[in-house]
Design a protein. Structure first.
Length: 546
């Protein structure tokens, strides 16, 4: 067996710095407590050199020059811990969640795939850097020995088999996390390292310290044996950020969203996953009034939470592409107030795998199509772009716009091997030949064009609309249709199919039709569908037959 332990030193500080990388090179102290008394519970190296110590009050820490003071963030600690687990699952499916700042991986059998234990440790260290964490990593054949070495030694530590006791002997007793009572007893005995504790007789140690003393003795000798407590992989990915000042402009918001998306996509990539949907949640500050908000006015009854879910056509893992989509959608439907807290989560899915073929036509990637659709939706509105879907109704123009998504079935059909033109079945060739005959199609006008119609004996005889006028030389109808009488938008109309012979004095549209017909001196003809709206008592032209 072989184990690798990953330890994040100064975890509470790194969790905050991960969300604000600009604090990494500055003196930082974290405070926690009641409103009256707040004490320092974490400092980075720069703050420690400045003189800030754990346990100081907030007012005392403020006396040491330019010290950045931040509240401890349990939310950021949970997210950083989840990122640490994602790092472990990127290498091994067997993970033990030892502590908030420590995980253990079973790396037995990974040498043929990832190389030596040192190479595995280097890959883990690089992955942690991409996730915004600085770690200490140790490998050993004993699980507890790997945990102790990762907490005691900086960088990467590789303990050869059989050398666990000699390496762990240098570790101070406090790394074994004994109780304060036992720690004070061992210090009075002069026992400060694991090698000194391992030299004590276990029988006398048991009589004086009980079973806890025996457990510490086994850890000091690196002889403890236990099974891993496996953690279950999570499928929920979330990043969050609490802002010092409310954000009311799209440019700084895009910078913050880009940072969170980079972290989110790095976690997804570590698990070989992509995002099939992105959920955005903002906590808004309704009391904050600014000069240049995302939208100018903040209604008094605005909600304090803004939530939106963006479903993607295919799983995506490119943070730049996702950021462009988010910004375009937020610009078209902006929050109603400045933002004080950001939550960004992803619904995980397997990444899209595509393989081109010799007979597949060149088409744009679904990611680029989605970006183009989002840009068009910003201009014309989301309700005016998409794929038309017929409704279960007889109402004319009974359709709605649904979200556009690439048709995977058509893509699969394009990959099918096609017969050469000269190698078709005779029946199939005859079918193709018949399909070459012209078919009539109705070109619908949206909205329908108002028209002036003369009726004689219930049949239209002359019509004028949109610059086109002429005699009706043939008419078929009427076809009366109605429906939805129980609704306010009930409809009832009589439809006709008519053929018009336009006069030679018609406008430019008729002249263009004359040019298209290729016949000089004869007025153009056209076939149209018209209807009489019985509710509005008006005539309209629904479309033209091609």
């Amino acid at each position: 067996m072989a184990f690798a332990s990953i330890f994040v030193p100064n975890f509470v500080v790194q969790a905050v710095v991960r969300s604000e990388p600009g604090l990494r090179d500055r003196a930082l102290a974290l405070v926690e407590g009641t409103a009256s008394i707040r004490t320092v519970i974490g400092v980075n190296e720069s703050a420690a050199k400045a003189g800030v110590r754990l346990g100081m009050t907030k007012s005392q820490a403020q006396q040491f020059g330019e010290i950045e003071l931040r509240e401890r963030s349990r939310m950021q600690e949970n997210i950083a811990h989840a990122a640490l687990l994602d790092l472990g699952w990127s290498v091994s499916p067997r993970i033990e969640d030892a502590a908030a700042d420590t995980i253990v991986l079973d790396i037995a059998g990974l040498a043929s795939l990832l190389g030596s234990e040192e190479n595995i440790a280097r890959q883990l260290a690089e992955g942690a850097t991409h996730l915004g964490l600085i770690t200490q990593i140790a490998t050993a054949t004993n699980l507890d020995a790997a945990i102790l070495a990762s907490r005691a030694f900086a960088g990467i530590t590789v303990i050869p088999a059989g050398k666990e006791s000699a390496t762990i002997g240098k570790v101070p007793i406090i790394a074994l996390t004994p109780s304060m009572e036992i720690l004070e007893t061992l210090e009075r005995w002069g026992v400060h390292t694991c090698v000194a504790l391992a030299a004590l007789p276990v029988l006398q140690l048991s009589q004086r310290l009980g079973q806890e003393g025996v457990r510490l003795h086994e850890l000091a000798r690196a002889r403890s044996a236990r099974s891993m407590v496996l953690a279950q992989p999570a499928i929920y990915f979330e990043e969050a950020m609490e802002l010092e000042d409310a954000v009311a402009e799209i440019e700084p918001l895009s910078f913050l969203l880009g940072r969170l998306l980079n972290q989110l996509c790095a976690r997804l990539a570590a698990r070989s996953l992509a995002a099939s949907a992105i959920r955005v949640k903002f906590e808004l500050d309704l009391t904050c009034i600014v000069d240049i908000p995302i939208i100018p006015d903040c209604p008094p009854d605005s909600p304090s939470i803004y939530e939106r879910t963006f479903c993607l056509p295919v799983p995506m893992g490119d943070p730049k592409m996702l950021l462009k989509l988010l910004i375009l959608n937020l610009e078209s439907d902006a929050p109603s107030a400045p933002i004080v807290k950001i939550f960004l989560s992803a619904e995980a899915a397997r990444p899209r795998v595509s393989q081109g073929g010799l007979f597949c036509p060149i088409s744009p990637d679904p990611e680029k199509v989605e970006l183009t659709v989002a840009r068009l939706a910003k201009i014309v509105g989301e309700a005016n772009i998409g794929s038309p879907e017929l409704l279960d109704t007889h109402r004319p123009e009974g359709f709605r716009m649904r979200r556009f998504a690439p048709n995977r079935d058509s893509a699969d059909a394009r990959r099918a091997v096609r017969r050469p033109p000269g190698d078709q079945h005779p029946a199939a060739a005859e079918k193709v030949k018949n399909e070459k005959h012209c078919k009539t199609a109705l070109r619908v006008f949206r909205p329908a064009l108002p028209a002036t119609v003369e009726v004689r004996k219930g049949c239209p005889t002359w019509i004028a609309f949109s610059g086109v006028r002429g005699q009706v030389v043939a008419a078929s109808g009427p076809w009366r249709s109605s429906g939805d009488w129980w609704r306010e938008d009930a409809w009832q109309s009589d439809e006709w199919d008519i053929e018009i012979q336009s006069s030679a004095s018609s406008n430019a549209r008729s002249l263009e039709q004359i040019a298209n017909t290729g016949t000089k001196g004869s007025p153009p003809r056209g076939i149209y569908r018209v209807f009489y709206d019985l509710a509005r008592k008006e005539w309209f032209v629904r479309g033209e037959y091609d």
